[in-house]
Write a protein that binds this ligand. Structure first.
Ligand code: ZN
Length: 247
């Protein structure tokens, strides 16, 4: 496969989804292989469960925390980190991700907007509490952790069903799209939010738009100009012409 020439772009926005983390052993929530086919998200990942059974949320996502102790960033994460590292000071690069695993940062990506939060962080469920989100390795699957400042239950720093994307993150994502000249969606559906909305914005400002995913778009989203199909960890090093093999 021929690599693409990205050298003429000055303001690049990349959106990633579950397809980027699949090769790291992180199971997707949605789609054919998705966890939501086996687990009812309304009983373990809905914001209403914070009131009724908050430990159920820890039990579900605590497993992911444990997996992430040993999971490693794959060639897709490493390619995007190296791509960003090669940028000049006159270029802008924004990586927006739907993933909550933190693997982009572990691979070395710097300007990352985590739309749905990060499962590795814990915060207080009391919106007026002054506790800031902190890195926490414990899965808390057996005992509901309690905030030492206000005695409310602690929660994962992720966006649950029924919750909104934090305003700042949404604003940062929209701002990056406002003047981008290249938008690439990787490992996510091109026909639903956020990719479908983001590509529409990028197309409106005249950006080049590219879709990279294992599955083709169904139906095809006309705002994407190019489509490349395959596994992210195989396609990205080729398309971006970046060597991520360990030396
Ligand atoms: Zn608190």
């Amino acid at each position: 496969m021929q690599s693409l020439d990205f050298s003429c772009y000055r303001n690049i926005v990349i959106l990633t989804g579950a397809g980027v983390s699949a090769a790291s052993g992180i199971r997707p929530f949605r789609g054919q292989e998705g966890l939501w086919n086996e687990i009812n998200p309304l009983k373990s990942a809905d914001s209403s469960v914070l009131q009724t059974n908050p430990l159920a949320i820890w039990q579900l996502f605590g497993t992911l925390r444990t997996q992430l102790e040993t999971a490693q960033p794959n060639a897709a994460h490493l390619t995007l980190a190296k791509f960003e590292a090669g940028f000049s000071s006159s270029q802008q690069f924004t990586l927006i991700t739907q993933n909550i695993d933190g693997l982009h940062q572990r691979a070395g990506s710097r300007n990352v907007i985590e739309l749905h939060g990060n499962v590795n962080y814990t915060r207080c469920s009391n919106p007026t509490c002054s506790l800031t989100a902190y890195l926490d390795k414990s899965p808390h699957k057996d005992l509901l952790p309690i905030c030492q400042l206000c005695n409310y239950p602690l929660r994962l720093d992720i966006v649950l069903f029924g919750e909104q994307i934090p305003a700042k993150k949404e604003w940062l994502a929209k701002r990056s799209l406002r003047d981008c000249d290249l938008f690439i969606a990787i490992g996510t559906s091109g026909t639903v939010w956020p990719a479908a909305n983001f590509v529409r914005s990028a197309n409106y400002v005249g950006a080049k738009t590219i879709f990279i995913n294992l599955e083709p778009m169904k139906p095809k989203n006309p705002y994407f100009q190019e489509e490349y199909l395959g596994r992210a960890e195989e396609l990205l090093p080729l398309l971006f012409n970046i060597d991520v093999t360990p030396h």
